[in-house]
Design a protein around this ligand. Structure first.
Ligand SMILES: [Zn+2]
Length: 64
């Protein structure tokens, strides 16, 4: 969970197959080629974790 391997597994899995959310590990059925996370929240959380500049930007907007 939370690994690049989990992300790549979800990315390369076939549409319609069961994949684990790279962020939380929950299993879900992949609905389309871009569907890699159980929910939008976890997709955002994943990308935020891996992009500190984006995180800073989001945090700076929150504080205003
Ligand atoms: Zn998740």
């Amino acid at each position: 969970v939370g690994s690049i391997e989990a992300y790549e597994a979800a990315d390369s899995a076939q549409v319609g197959s069961e994949v684990g959310c790279p962020h939380c590990g929950v299993m879900f059925k992949k609905r389309n080629a871009q569907h890699k996370f159980c929910c939008a929240k976890h997709r955002d959380a994943w990308h935020n974790e891996r992009d500190p500049k984006r995180q800073e930007f989001i945090e700076s907007r929150k504080s205003k």
